[in-house]
Ligand binder design. Sequence first.
Ligand code: NAP
Length: 283
Amino acid sequence: MKILITGANGQLGKSIQLLSSLYSKFDFIFTDVDQLDITKLEEVNEFFNLHKPDFCINAAAYTQVDKAEDEVELNNLINITGPKNLAIASHQHHSKLIHISSEYVYNNDSKDIMNEDSPTSPKGVYAQSKLKGEIEVQNETGQYYIIRTSWLYSEFGNNFVKTMLRLGNQLNSIRVVDDQIGSPTYATDLAEAILQIITLNNDKFGLYNYSNEGFISWYDFSVEIFKNRNINCKIIPIPSVDYPTKAPRPFNSRMSKEKISNNLGIEIPKWKSSLEDCLKKIH
Ligand SMILES: NC(=O)c1ccc[n+]([C@@H]2O[C@H](COP(=O)([O-])OP(=O)(O)OC[C@H]3O[C@@H](n4cnc5c(N)ncnc54)[C@H](OP(=O)(O)O)[C@@H]3O)[C@@H](O)[C@H]2O)c1
């Protein structure tokens, strides 16, 4: 099977690249914006025409949540028009589309653990664009898996884990919010889940939540990062009101992963063991 990956230089894209050698039965085509700009329908159509992928994994996105408030047009082009274009081409060429979304789409004011049927009510430009991107995919093709993930981190790019390691080695104390609760997701685990879905190829299309297991706060996460690395920097827990951001952040990012486990048999590692795996790869 031919697997096209967009946004292959991002955290998820690089994690898929790393695992690809274990999936030698697949023919991978890795692209980032220089090879395939997902915002250009003609380019996308030509690419699908030429390569005829069986699956497309859309790991491309605009992910700077605060900057999106100022770069609305660019954000929407990448997060709404991009997935729409991929869905149009996927439908035309009978390819299956795996699109990555975010737990930001949910109504995060709710106190419940969110499953795929829970109400959506995204707040902020990025969050709203992720929901609109999902809707475009659903409108344009039936053969899709949309995976909503949260708190993505990896040994690649910029993310919370790498920021904590940097600050922890520079400062004597840092303040970290303790009233936003969710689950980190190690990008390698998400990449593995995606490749398992393709291997399974069972056509159980639809919306799926995926993150690592266990619910924690950003404060809890930073405590574990420092503990693992013996970093002697004091962490002061603070409420979100003391750490204002341009785009709102959800207080509740807790997702149920029952559907992806039951329908697709995906086994989900616990956040702490995945963090250990990732930290072994960051020097
Ligand atoms: N990061 C998180 O905490 C988080 C949480 C929940 C969900 N997600 C979702 O998870 C997915 C993967 O996130 P990530 O952290 O791996 O993203 P990332 O590291 O920001 O990677 C995105 C990649 O897409 C590329 N890209 C941008 N515009 C493009 C275009 N027009 N055509 C093709 N490629 C383009 C980017 O290139 P440039 O770098 O050159 O722009 C980058 O290489 C995204 O859908 C994101 O919304 C992320």
